[in-house]
Design a protein around this ligand. Structure first.
Ligand code: PGA
Length: 251
């Protein structure tokens, strides 16, 4: 059984004060929730505060990105050692906004994934096609390429915590969600590629989340798909009541 993971990606929103105000409202709303795992991804400046405020609760906190090296002359970067040292447990890798605006390549995502595994962080590797690729019938090729490159040199042993987030770029922040059928199809492609790289057993255990305009209104429909093991939520995770409705979707 794969325990669903509902993750909130706050992107470049919320000061520490705003993050703590969110938690004050959100934590009681989900305090008794055990069906799904819950994780929040605040900005680096809020991460330490969120980790402290969620300590001992059912909510985890993670970073939106990291470097793959432990230290060095890399202005602006944060290392896996540094994240682990503040008890950060999760990390997003290769989000499309990082790929587009920070020129993150498949090769970098691969290095980061290996570093995350080496430091015991739960890596959430984001993949997804552009509208152009989908319209050219290249969705499968893109997904297989991204997964194959991310997993290059990764072993089945040690990658138990691996999570993949399928986030079609055309669905992110646009309000147009992929249909449950489109998502299930993409997840099956991803799982087949994981099976080829890491074996069927690891593929069966790997959680594959969907991200792209997830809202309270479409969560139950998406989560009803056996192939969908959770959600990576952007915009709708910024409001505590809205995100709590997503986490507590009625199945
Ligand atoms: P969205 O973002 O929910 O606002 O579409 C999802 C994401 O980028 O992870």
């Amino acid at each position: 059984m794969r325990k669903p993971l509902i993750a909130g990606n706050w992107k470049m929103y919320k000061t520490p004060k705003e993050s703590l105000a969110f938690l004050e409202r959100f934590l009681p709303l989900v305090a008794t929730h055990t069906r799904d795992e819950i994780a929040l991804f605040p900005t680096m400046s809020s991460l330490g505060y969120v980790i402290e405020a969620t300590h001992g609760t059912n909510v985890s906190a993670g970073a939106q990105t990291m470097h793959w090296l432990n230290e060095g002359p890399y202005t602006g970067q944060t290392s896996p050692t540094m994240l682990a040292s503040i008890h950060c447990t999760h990390v997003l890798l290769g989000h499309s906004e990082r790929r587009i605006y920070a020129n993150e390549t498949d090769e970098m995502v691969n290095l980061k994934l290996k570093a995350a595994i080496g430091h015991g962080l739960v890596p959430i590797v984001c993949v997804g096609e552009t509208l152009e690729k989908r319209q050219s019938n290249l969705t499968e090729a893109v997904l297989r390429w991204q997964i194959a490159n991310a997993l290059n040199g990764v072993e089945a042993e040690g990658s138990e915590a691996l999570v993949i987030a399928y986030e079609p770029i055309w669905a992110i922040g646009t309000g147009s969600t992929a249909t449950p059928t489109q998502v299930s199809e993409a997840h099956r492609i991803i799982r087949r590629e994981i099976a080829e790289r890491l074996g069927q057993e690891r593929a069966n255990q790997t959680r594959i989340l969907y991200g792209g305009s997830v809202k309270p209104e479409n969560t139950a429909m998406l989560m009803a798909q056996p192939e969908i093991d959770g959600a990576l939520v952007g915009g709708a995770s910024l409001d505590p009541d809205t995100f709590a409705r997503i986490v507590c979707y009625a199945s």
